[in-house]
Design a protein around this ligand. Sequence first.
Ligand code: NAD
Length: 261
Amino acid sequence: MVLTGKNAIVTGSTSGIGLAIAHTLAGEGCNIMLNGMGDKAAIDALVAEFPRKYGIKTVYSGADMSKPGEIRQMAADCATEIGGADIVVNNAGIQCVSPVEEFPDDKWDAVIAINLSAAFHLIKATVPGMRKNNFGRIINIASAHGLVASANKSAYVAAKHGIVGLTKTVALETAESGITCNAICPGWVNTPLVQKQIEAKAKEGNISIAQATANLLGEKQPNKKFIQPESIGALIAFLCGAHGEAMTGEILSIDGGWTAQ
Ligand code: NAD
């Protein structure tokens, strides 16, 4: 229980990687502000489950990560409802797959807003409180696509490369203040975001879901296995604990060998 008494905002924590991260931090005693889209009953169930399971405070913000005003309000609500954010995990993200010349303008704007600008707005809103406390942990969920590109993902790759740059800059600006800022670059994790891509591949190639999954892993990820979201959670718990103190501005891959190629 290395994070007892700390407060974390995890964006996009109603599903996939963000939800696993929220579980890991809560398991370490951290109070959690959940965020993300989804079915109201399922979200209510999560807000009830976390305190019961982990004995921590849990609140939810429905802030839309494409709206800067709602992001600022989420940070303010966190301070009022559980206490100022000591830990911020910028995880919310969306994908759009299309050749650049056909890429819909509105999808470009949404991917950049949710996957990149949201992290800027939340960092800006929470760093002043972290500076006052001489403690803060900012973790940005980038991607292997923060380091290398894939065709047909121009907005996503641009956003993820951008968040790697944002991470390094914030790390330099906060280096003497007890705040660290790091990025994690996962390879394939089997979440709804990736399932949609597998289904599209299966349809396009008229192949089974199992074959499309094998093709997806085989194209990019040498270990040919999905990354477990709990492994990302465990890495974040390490970064948030005492031994993470000197790690800042790091761009940490957890990608089954993807970017070793
Ligand atoms: P997911 O679709 O399971 O979860 C995305 C989360 O973001 C959900 O909770 C969703 O409600 C939330 N979200 C989406 N739009 C939002 C908005 N406008 N406002 C608030 N919340 C919003 O996806 P995931 O795979 O768990 O992805 C999480 C992060 O991990 C993303 O940043 C993604 O780019 C990154 N990532 C995923 C993989 C992978 O293979 N799944 C690999 C590398 C990086």
